[in-house]
Design a protein around this ligand. Structure first.
Ligand SMILES: Nc1ncnc2c1ncn2[C@@H]1O[C@H](COP(=O)(O)OP(=O)(O)OP(=O)(O)O)[C@@H](O)[C@H]1O
Ligand SMILES: [Mg+2]
Length: 456
């Protein structure tokens, strides 16, 4: 069982993480201060550290945690550390990566993403220990895509069926594909499928998220660098293009590629040639490029933010994923798919929706598309106390107020109280402090009620 240290100075964060990781078969230890972290790293055999960067109350500087990173690695040089940063503090996250963190996640975190990041880091660490290719060091930022497994795609609507049709037809060709669509419509899923059905499927699918990288790191991330190329370049580093050689490179959020790098990207797309940062030696690779964006690239081109020639290279074929509200036939089958997945993950046995729950799902507008649906179902699985997911468990924000109050009038006082508590917890993603505050209860009063209603 992998042993994981989670560190945060807020007890409710530790509690939420424990709850999340309960189903994962990890051995969990916790610390609430930098000193506590070091003590545990020193005395125990750990496989992974997940730690917050802020330990002084009311700061978001992250300095306390940043200083910890080298000290942890002085004790155990290969221990993977994932850091949690305050929302929007991308610079802190990047600084943490520079100081040796393997990955980062922003608070409030996305459960599925956090679990993926943790699993990826544990697998990489295992591979390293088994003495496999040291290049695994390079597979840090976001390589949950490095498998050729065909992802399970739910597609009942005519528009998604035709997307799958295109994937089957053009997947095997080596054409570059630009995948467009709103956030959460499944662009990455489609990229994986394209790779999986291609002749390159035996080789890696390497992902780069242009939106998650600081501009200064981007070039080295794509092309690698040689030792001494810049201050922090302590060793040679292989870039994503080289890692993807023979396989597929997935450039996510392509519209974020800085203009000055677009020319270099164009060159490698046209000739397969590039240089590592700080080196004059030209290297050559064979890489198929898939890219994705939720922006309107043509508009970016018109505004001079994106090179037209690069766009034409990227969108040899364009696949557009419709928003979920434009393919409502997919909602119920997707909901079933996620319910099965999450009830399994949280070991809840067989679960099902009430008819009203399905209806509420069908009515919702899904601004966050399939990802939002995924999250709502996951939260409902966590929140429901029985094996039936009701419309209330879904706690959809756009449930008309009138509908709720009509129901309230038919409820007992206790049922209404229980409902309000569930809703507050859902609204604050399980954060008991904030839920208590919103309900006008003390923490202990809230806990008494949680116990009473079996809502642990
Ligand atoms: N048709 C589908 N069938 C099953 N799962 C899906 C489908 N489409 C999307 N998903 C799931 O929904 C989530 C979001 O999908 P994905 O990450 O591919 O979206 P995206 O378009 O890349 O989002 P973003 O623009 O936010 O990066 C993932 O968990 C994915 O597995
Ligand atoms: Mg994506």
């Amino acid at each position: 069982m992998p042993k994981i240290l989670i560190a945060d100075d807020q007890v409710d964060v530790l509690a939420a993480l424990r709850l999340l990781l309960k189903g994962e078969h990890y051995d969990i230890v916790t610390a609430s201060s930098p000193a506590g972290v070091l003590k545990i790293v020193e005395s125990q055999d750990l496989d992974l550290v997940l730690m917050d960067l802020n330990y002084a109350r009311d700061t978001t500087s992250g300095n306390e945690g940043l200083d910890l990173l080298p000290r942890i690695h002085a004790i155990d040089a290969t221990l993977p550390v994932i850091v949690m940063t305050a929302w929007g503090s991308v610079n802190v996250a990047v600084e943490a990566m520079r100081r040796g963190a393997r990955d980062f996640i922003q608070k409030p975190w996305d459960n599925a993403r956090l679990l993926t990041i943790m699993r990826t880091q544990l697998e990489l660490a295992q591979a390293l220990r088994r003495g496999q290719r040291l290049e695994a060091e390079n597979l840090t930022l976001r390589d949950d895509g490095a498998s050729a497994r065909l992802p399970q795609i739910v597609a009942e609507s005519p528009s998604m069926k035709s997307v799958l049709n295109v994937v089957q037809r053009i997947g095997p060709a080596d054409a570059n594909v630009l995948i467009t669509g709103e956030n959460g419509t499944g662009k990455e899923v489609i990229a994986r499928s394209l790779h999986a059905v291609s002749s390159r499927s035996g080789k890696p699918l390497v992902s780069v998220n242009a939106g998650a990288l600081a501009e200064s790191l981007f070039e080295s991330e794509l092309f690698g660098h040689v030792r001494g190329a810049f201050t922090d370049a302590k060793t040679d580093r292989v870039g994503r293009f080289e890692l993807a050689d023979g396989g597929t490179l997935f450039l996510d959020e392509i519209s974020n590629v800085p203009l000055n790098l677009q020319a270099k990207l164009l060159r490698v797309l046209e000739t397969g040639e590039f240089e590592r940062v700080g080196s004059s030696k030209t290297r050559r690779v064979s890489v198929r490029v898939l890219s994705a964006t939720n922006a309107d690239l043509k508009n970016d081109v018109a505004e001079g933010k994106f090179r037209q020639d690069l766009m034409f290279r990227l969108n040899t074929v364009e696949i557009h994923l419709p928003a979920l509200r434009e393919r409502r036939e997919d909602i119920a089958p997707l909901a079933d798919h996620f319910l099965r997945q999450h009830s399994e993950r949280y070991r809840r046995g067989r679960m099902e929706f009430t008819a009203q729950a399905i209806e509420a799902l069908r009515q919702h507008s899904w601004p966050g598309n399939v990802r939002e649906l995924d999250h709502i179902i996951e939260r409902a699985v966590l929140m429901s106390s029985t094996n039936t997911v009701t419309a209330m468990d879904l706690a959809l924000q756009n449930t008309p107020a009138a509908q709720v109050s009509a129901r309230l009038e038919e409820m007992s006082l206790e049922d209404a109280e229980c409902l309000l508590i569930k809703k507050a917890l859902a609204r604050f993603e399980g954060n008991a402090n904030r839920a208590a505050e919103a309900l006008g209860l003390s923490r202990s009063a809230l806990y008494r009620r949680l116990q009473k209603y079996g809502l642990s």
